[in-house]
Design a protein around this ligand. Structure first.
Ligand SMILES: [Zn+2]
Length: 457
């Protein structure tokens, strides 16, 4: 067989039907797809490749899928930390967003996020933010997969005046990217507290018609549930269920407040859960019952959330936090073993986004979304179990090579589709503008009066 690329790696973690670790195997890529995965000796006999890559000490994994983020918020990374949630939102994040978020902000912030994510082995992200047309354009230009969120909130912003306009802009974006190989769209109503029932009902109808996912924050905090009970006499998940939104197209993010009956109901309906352990910990939001969800048969994926509440977009680290936190929450060291954490960050993410026929595992016929991690570093040696090393010890700077749909986007740790110097220069410019205006507005009683709702939380 002729092929473009043959990779010989010491370890391959395909994340297919079984939790396998393949030693001394080879992966063959041609015309954007995985054409073969076989023992090295057989590959050498059967495959004539234009390029042959030797990767000793490396493990190949499927491209990581960040199932929930607000990419452009990288520009607000570290602006305000260690504050109670409402103080953080009302006095820092919302005023900054109200003042600064426009197409240029989203372009520069998303480029920084895409650079960080690609270097960390993330090949696809599920985004919720204003100006998703900018997010989709920038991700696609960098060769990265994205599910750009058709964001909806009730309150007016510079991006849109009301739910109708949010939906109209979203649907235009959906039309434009219908056939795109990398960028897709999903509805992204912020939450049941920020979007009223009429637009939620329309989204339910539209998502059925267009067959696209619905991505929303659900049960992030205890307070959210209490407020919903007070205002509507229902918990947020019950409201989504009554509106017909609880089903296999729902991507429910956070879910830190779950009763037993709710876990059963989520499993019955086939809704997906995205767990964001670091954001939940940093904002003291609560703990998701990940082990119970998995035991009930729920598909649980992993997300970083935005960089203002994490503060990085590092899914390797998120896997470790998820595995450790699940053990603490479940009171069992057997909860979320390394293989499960890797599955959550790859195949489960693809399932949640509705793209598991295309990506999420290293299987013949799927797109070649492949990450090579160098485990030869002192802190990942000696190596008994490659998957354990990947989840419990590896750092994102050990990601050396990344391909998406067969296109190499990271080579020897460096990006091939982005210009880091320009991206960092833009980040520095934003930092100067935002920090200067913050210093200037100190003590003014009306600072923050321009606050607009945001896509964070
Ligand atoms: Zn979020």
């Amino acid at each position: 067989m002729q092929a473009e690329l043959l990779i010989h790696a010491d370890w391959i973690l395909p994340v297919d039907t079984a939790d396998r670790t393949l030693a001394r195997h080879s992966l063959c890529i041609d015309r954007g797809r995985i054409r073969a995965l076989l023992p090295r000796a057989e590959a050498e006999q059967q495959i004539q490749a234009t390029q042959v890559l030797e990767l000793p000490d490396h493990a190949l994994i499927p491209g990581l899928i960040n199932a929930h983020t607000h990419a452009a918020m990288t520009l607000l990374r570290g602006l305000a930390d260690d504050l109670p949630l409402m103080t953080w939102l009302h006095e820092h994040i919302w005023p900054a967003e109200g003042r600064w978020v426009d197409t240029e902000f989203v372009a520069d912030g998303t480029r920084l996020a895409v650079l960080e994510m690609l270097r960390g082995g993330i090949t696809c992200f599920n985004d919720m933010y204003f100006y998703p047309e900018v997010t989709a354009r920038i991700a696609a230009a960098a060769g990265m997969r994205v599910l750009a969120g058709m964001i909806v909130v009730d309150l007016p912003t510079r991006y849109a005046q009301d739910a109708d306009e949010y939906l109209r802009r979203g649907l235009e974006l959906h039309e434009r990217y219908r056939q795109h190989p990398l960028a897709r769209t999903g509805f992204a109503p912020h939450s049941t507290y920020a979007v009223s029932e009429e637009p939620l009902a329309r989204i339910r109808t539209l998502s059925d018609e267009l067959e696209v996912q619905v991505h929303t924050h659900v049960h992030e905090t205890h307070d959210e549930v209490v407020q919903s009970l007070r205002a509507h006499g229902e918990r947020p998940l019950a409201r989504l269920d009554r509106l017909g939104l609880l089903g296999p197209r729902l991507i429910a993010v956070h879910m830190t407040q779950l009763e037993d009956a709710e876990i059963t109901r989520v499993a019955e309906t086939g809704a997906h859960v995205v767990h964001c352990p670091e954001s939940n910990l940093k904002l003291a939001s609560g703990f998701c019952r990940v082990a119970d969800l998995l035991d009930a048969g729920v598909n649980v994926a992993l997300g970083t959330d935005g960089a203002a509440s994490n503060n990085d977009l590092n899914l390797l680290a998120e896997m470790r936090t998820a595995a450790l936190l699940a053990k603490g929450v479940a009171g069992s060291a057997a909860a979320v073993p390394a293989e499960t954490a890797l599955r959550m960050a790859t195949l489960n993410g693809a399932k949640a986004l509705g793209i598991d026929d295309e990506t999420g595992s290293l299987e013949v016929g799927k797109a070649a979304d492949v990450v090579a991690v160098d485990l030869g570093n002192p802190h990942t040696q000696p190596l008994y179990h490659a998957c354990s090393q990947m989840v419990y010890a590896a750092s994102s700077n050990q990601v050396q090579q990344v391909w998406i749909a067969g296109q190499q986007v990271i080579r020897d740790g460096e990006p091939l589709t982005l210009e880091p110097d320009r991206i960092l220069a833009a980040a520095h410019r934003w930092r100067a503008r935002i920090a200067e205006s913050n210093a200037g507005s100190k003590g003014e009683p009306n600072a923050g009066s321009q606050a607009e709702p945001n896509a964070e939380r």
